[in-house]
Design a protein around this ligand. Structure first.
Ligand code: ZN
Length: 338
């Protein structure tokens, strides 16, 4: 079952103004997304700006969100509250905690709001998959094994209250926050967050670190394009949706991974292999074996095949997870890395 290390304290990225909450678990974990807290600092406590804070992404369940709120409480000035929440996209591990910030403006893209209405797995569906589905079936087994540590009871999805297309800027105290739409890539509605004064970009799940990524929308070329948008901002630090902070070299290496995978998939598509067969073949050949969650390559292959043509409609999240589960289920007892 998924193990979770929920940080008690936020990591300081910039004194009095930028903090990271970075839950961690075993290699190949799902749901442990990075959250950024932007505050207007401790100076000028008499002014209204001293009470402002914005949060980039909210955690996946109640326990995680309460841990984040407790950690934030230790750095926020007295009386300060999170007035603005940004969701980098509509996946639950980046927005299920929205309801714990009552009264906050929740900002995301128009496309992300549309995905909330149609395309995302709800907390109730996750609760069913993890606790009531057939554990002998691959997806039932996989849901328990990889998501069993989460409790989705009491989660009400709160969709964005302010949406945009293209770009949207706002201030937290004196800190400029620039939201740039980069989807469709990881999902249809992705945005990245640029903090020019800090030289930081929060990339959401356009970028993963340490594990194979999951990308639901694709194609991989669009994820590459989104990564190039990150690099064009010339950041000092990039906060991926999951995993450790990286510099620009890390993003370039990640682009290399995406291009490698695109080439491997296209080559097998050209040879007439089916999507599942192609994914098995890529993994059997030892594709980036040091990364966790190799079964995500199966999902990525199905998504890419859809864009390459010949597989009909785009698959939903549960169907894609079902294919990944099938691969992982057949390898129970084999170490979780490929
Ligand atoms: Zn995520």
């Amino acid at each position: 079952m998924t193990s979770m290390d929920l940080p008690v304290d936020l990591a300081v990225l910039a004194d009095d103004s930028l903090y990271l909450w970075a839950p961690r678990g075993a290699a190949g974990s799902w749901g442990l997304a990075n959250c950024l807290l932007i505050t207007s600092g401790n100076s000028g406590n008499s002014g209204t700006s001293a009470t402002e804070a914005a949060l980039i992404d909210t955690p996946y369940d109640t326990r995680m969100t309460k841990a984040l709120i407790a950690a934030a409480g230790r750095v926020l000035p007295e009386g300060a509250r999170v007035r603005t929440v940004v969701n980098t996209h509509a996946n639950g591990d980046h927005c299920f905690g929205n309801g714990f910030f009552p009264g906050a403006e929740i900002i995301s893209t128009d496309a992300s709001l549309e995905r909330h209405r149609c395309g995302e797995i709800s907390p109730q569906e996750m609760q069913y998959l993890v606790h009531a589905s057939d554990p002998r079936e691959p997806l039932g087994w996989y849901a328990r094994d990889r998501f069993g540590a989460y409790d989705y009871t009491g989660i009400t999805v709160v969709p964005p209250t302010l949406t945009f297309s293209g770009s949207h800027d706002f201030l937290v105290g004196d800190t400029e926050v620039r939201l740039i739409e980069v989807g469709p890539a990881h999902t249809s509605g992705d945005l990245i967050v640029h903090l020019p004064q800090h030289g930081v970009v929060a990339a959401g799940d356009v970028i993963f670190s340490g594990d194979h990524p999951a990308h639901w929308e694709g194609p991989l070329a669009e994820v590459v394009r989104a990564c190039e948008t990150v690099l064009a901002l010339d950041p000092r630090w990039i906060v991926p949706g999951h995993g450790e902070l990286m510099g620009q070299d890390g993003v370039r290496a990640y682009i290399g991974y995406l291009r490698d995978l695109e080439g491997e998939i296209k080559e097998r598509h050209g040879r007439g292999l089916g999507a599942y067969e192609a994914a098995c073949d890529i993994l059997a050949a030892g594709f980036h074996p040091s990364l966790g969650a190799p079964e995500r390559v199966v999902m990525l292959t199905f998504v890419e095949y859809h864009h390459l043509g010949g597989t009909g409609d785009a698959l939903g999240m549960a169907e894609l997870a079902g294919h990944a589960a099938r691969w992982a289920h057949a390898r129970q007892g084999v170490p979780s890395r490929a």
